[in-house]
Design a protein. Structure first.
Length: 262
């Protein structure tokens, strides 16, 4: 009798262990467990830690709640100013409602990917080439709104959308390079012209100052001679001031007049 009781207890214990083993589940910290009981959603999503389900009746589906990085394949389109481009992007999103992510949509990853590709092609058609190249922040916000609107019903939240690269045809790259080079040359010419204008104003002012003081011109001449002589050249070209010629001419005229008076 005792042996039969021990055998029955061992059988019940083994059955209990098997039941617990088949019913026990562990949900990780970054996951949520959604239970379907006979095909119907049973209660709220299970939190992280140890949980129990009814074996052969319940099915536990674990949903990752981490931020998912989803690259969007490059999409080719024509911009509003008729330029063919290829644009690729990346979408950062996470699941905020595990039950809706499983019930409302068949595969939320695939759904977000297709929505991102469609929205990206739409953004390309509505934008100019300059906006794609220089105003990406605004396009990123518009793309995020376009994807986030339908994703809210799927229990998915779009965290951020970034346009990674814009590929242009080779002919367009060459045209843009020529345009940039012409613009740099134009700015260089304007800067040179402005510098010449400022230099001419300063030289004109210096000339006016020297015309009032002839000795200043002689001092400037001597400074030029000293600067040229410092180079150790074998030949020194000395400019002869016109004022000195006029002085010599006047000096020659005065003795002649003096002789005539005598």
């Amino acid at each position: 009798m005792v042996q039969e009781l021990l055998t029955a207890a061992a059988a019940v214990g083994s059955a209990g262990v098997l039941y617990v083993a088949s019913a026990a589940r562990v949900v990780k910290q970054y996951e949520r467990g959604v239970v379907f009981r006979l095909g119907r959603l049973a209660g709220q999503a299970r939190g992280p830690g140890f949980t129990m389900i009814v074996p052969f009746v319940d099915r536990l589906h674990k949903v990752n709640m981490q931020i998912i990085t989803l690259p969007v394949p490059a999409q080719e389109g024509i911009t509003r100013d008729n330029v063919t481009v290829r644009v690729d992007a990346v979408v950062y999103f996470k699941v905020v409602d595990a039950a809706n992510a499983l019930v409302r949509v068949e595969d939320y990853r695939f759904a977000v990917s297709q929505m991102a590709q469609t929205s990206l092609r739409s953004i390309i058609g509505k934008s100019d080439l300059d906006d794609l190249l220089s105003d990406r922040e605004k396009l990123n916000q518009g793309l995020e709104l376009m994807i986030d609107s339908p994703a809210v019903g799927w229990g998915v939240q779009i965290d951020r959308v970034e346009i990674k690269d814009v590929s242009l045809p080779d002919t367009m790259k060459r045209s843009m390079a020529r345009q940039a080079e012409a613009d740099r040359e134009r700015r260089a010419r304007v800067i040179n012209a402005d510098a010449e204008l400022q230099a001419s104003k300063v030289l004109a002012e210096a000339a006016r100052e020297m015309s009032e003081t002839p000795a200043a011109l002689q001092l400037r001449l001597l400074q030029t001679v000293v600067a040229v002589a410092a180079e150790k050249n074998s030949t020194l070209v000395l400019p002869f001031p016109v004022e000195l010629l006029r002085f010599l001419e006047k000096a020659q005229e005065h003795p002649v007049e003096h002789r005539v008076e005598r």
